[in-house]
Design a protein around this ligand. Structure first.
Ligand code: FCB
Length: 459
């Protein structure tokens, strides 16, 4: 790592990539809980369906070519459980072969795969049996993981068991935005514990099948900030949010037990030290506080009832709709918050919804600058996977034009890829292994005083 007046170089073996997930790009994943919700209506923007998505099931390789042309040497993709195990008693060898082809295709292009085993979508047969609420869900997950890892283990070292467990729990069980559409903190707790058990059991199985596998998970990290800086109760509620959303799950899979405010301590069998690495997905900062007169009544055990939750203060840049505040230093802060786990770190997602690419170039530069500071200070960050290579199906936001995350745009009628200047910028960054003053001048001069204050562009 080196940082001069006009250049920042990341370590030579740094992974430069993008991240995707099966349901968001493959198309026609008709056998999972999301597809069912899309068809039923009421969950997705304008009742859209994921449909063909980015057509990856048939032609992911075209986009793999683009990754390679863009100088990327890593990609995080996910396996669709409902394709591999369409019913409790059937395994699709054809699906596993297709994934084998894809992963070999990445290797052939010099792109190292990181494989996520579960990224939000459950096979319908599991959802019908109560999904993560069912006490058997960890066993079901492990059987699926055993099958996938046995089939693909010779091609993959970096395994990511679960994507954003607490986002799933929040959206699906606490605020009723995603399947299974619950608003019940008891169920949320049950699901969170089963996800932690599923991770722990999967960790051991993967290491048993491939002894040199590196197993981790992708943890969504939010920077929480007190709504009113002068109010101690807002600080307290910020701490509770930080603990519950950012740290409780990580405690479960590092210490083997989890303490939940107002609920007590729960043991996760064999959950201790089940992370070889940790991925953080970082997007935004939120402010949080509590309506003072209701605090005592509502604080425990049910947190949300009277919480003030605000995306941003006037004047600060924020994303569309409920999207929070854009706060690049939060990436540095979030990495700092997980450094204590003492394991290699990855930025497994980071990106911005920005159809017209107005802010994405600056966003990328500012976040990579913060990442470089973290590495300079000794944080063991091994790679950065931008979310995402291409626009894709953004869950409840569907294909809402406000929620386009691609370095390349997608025309969903024709499947055409549309170049964006942020894609060109990321190409230069990957090819050069870092940032230069000259690059910043061309793409986002506003970032120059922060990143290279002493560069006038003439050096
Ligand atoms: C993350 C999800 C990913 C995508 C991005 C925008 O929380 O893991 O699938 O939706 O947000």
């Amino acid at each position: 790592m080196s940082h001069t007046k006009s250049e920042i170089h990341f370590p030579p073996d740094f992974r430069w990539g993008t991240a995707t997930s099966s349901h968001q790009v493959e198309g026609y994943n008709t056998n999972n809980d999301w597809w069912a919700a899309e068809q039923a209506g009421g969950t997705v923007f304008e009742n859209q369906s994921s449909g063909r998505a980015c057509d990856w099931w048939l032609r992911a390789e075209n986009d793999f070519d683009r990754m390679a042309e863009m100088g990327q040497n890593a990609h995080r993709l996910s396996i669709e459980w409902s394709r591999v195990q369409p019913t409790p008693d059937t395994w699709s060898e054809a699906a596993l072969l297709r994934y084998r082809d894809m992963i070999e295709g990445l290797h052939a292009r010099g792109i190292e795969p990181m494989v996520t085993l579960y990224h939000f979508t459950l096979p319908k047969w599991i959802a019908e049996r109560g999904g993560w609420e069912n006490k058997h869900s960890p066993e079901w997950f492990v059987a699926y993981v055993r099958k996938v890892v046995t089939a693909l283990g010779d091609l993959v070292t970096l395994w990511c068991t679960i994507n954003e467990p607490m986002v799933l729990v929040g959206q699906g069980y606490a605020v009723d935005i995603w399947p299974p559409g619950e608003r019940d903190l008891n169920l949320a707790l049950k699901a969170a514990l089963n996800l932690a058990r599923a991770h722990a059991a999967a960790y051991h199985i993967i290491r048993e099948i491939i002894p040199d596998a590196q197993v981790g998970l992708a943890k969504h990290m939010v920077v929480w900030k007190p709504h009113r800086d002068w109010l101690p109760t807002d600080h307290l509620i910020t701490k509770v949010f930080d603990y519950v959303t950012n740290h409780a799950f990580l405690r479960a899979v590092t210490r083997g037990q989890i303490w939940i405010p107002g609920r007590g301590t729960f043991v996760i069998d064999n959950g201790k030290n089940t992370l070889d690495w940790l991925g953080i997905n970082y997007y935004q900062r939120y402010r949080v506080g509590a309506k003072i007169f209701n605090i005592l009544r509502n604080f425990f055990p049910g947190i949300p009832a009277e919480v003030i939750y605000q995306a941003t203060r006037r004047g600060n840049q924020k994303g569309p709709g409920p999207w929070g505040e854009i706060h690049a230093r939060g990436l540095y802060e979030s990495l700092g918050a997980v450094e204590k786990y003492g394991i290699p770190l990855y930025v497994t997602e980071n990106g911005l919804p920005d159809e017209y690419d107005h802010y994405r170039p600056r966003f990328i530069l500012m976040h990579l600058y913060q990442l470089s500071r973290a590495i300079e200070q000794g944080m063991p960050v091994r790679g950065y996977y931008h979310w995402s290579l291409v626009d894709n199906f953004e869950w409840d936001k569907g294909y809402n034009p406000q929620f386009r995350f691609g370095l390349l745009g997608v025309d969903f009628e024709t499947q055409e890829r549309i170049p964006r200047k942020s894609g060109q910028l990321y190409t230069e960054i990957c090819q050069q292994g870092g940032l230069t003053c000259e690059m910043i001048q061309r793409y986002a001069p506003l970032a120059l005083p922060v990143i290279f204050p002493h560069c006038d562009g003439l050096t």
